[in-house]
Design a protein. Structure first.
Length: 143
């Protein structure tokens, strides 16, 4: 199916496959424009929707969360940065017993289609920025 993609769609897919943070549509657009400067934002949105409908990518983000796009379609878990919003693949498998999933579904009245675990905290980039900010603050207060 991927061999049927046009050059714009292949460029969008390449950006998603190279990303470790599941970019938003705007982030995909910004990156794709480096290689395909004439592509439009509406085209990127349309390609993302089509790739998701074809099962080539997954849309991550639910409710009020901004949609983020993931080229890894197998079941896997995510870490979410509470500061910058990055959505990062967890490189280790976190397994919940089937009984626990069934109990959670029954307690919420939900029929499970799939599941993922999410852990929340600050990503490496935000941790580094916060440490740098604290270092500068301490230096200003000292001198």
């Amino acid at each position: 199916m991927e061999d049927m993609l046009n050059a714009n769609a292949r460029a969008v897919l390449a950006v998603l496959r190279a990303s470790e943070t599941h970019p938003t549509a705007q982030e995909v657009y910004d990156e794709v424009r480096l290689a395909r400067p004439h592509i439009g934002l509406a085209t990127v949105y349309r390609i993302l929707r089509q790739l998701a409908e074809q099962g080539i990518i997954k849309v991550r983000g639910y409710g009020s969360e901004s949609a983020r796009y993931d080229a890894r379609t197998h079941r896997h878990d995510h870490a979410c940065c509470t500061e910058c919003g990055a959505l990062i693949d967890v490189p280790v498998e976190m397994v919940l017993p089937t009984g626990m999933l069934e109990a959670a579904a029954q307690a919420t009245g939900l029929e499970i289609d799939s599941h993922e675990l999410r852990i929340y905290g600050r990503c490496k980039g935000c941790q580094a920025r916060n440490k740098e900010h604290e270092h500068r603050k301490e230096y200003r207060e000292k001198y």
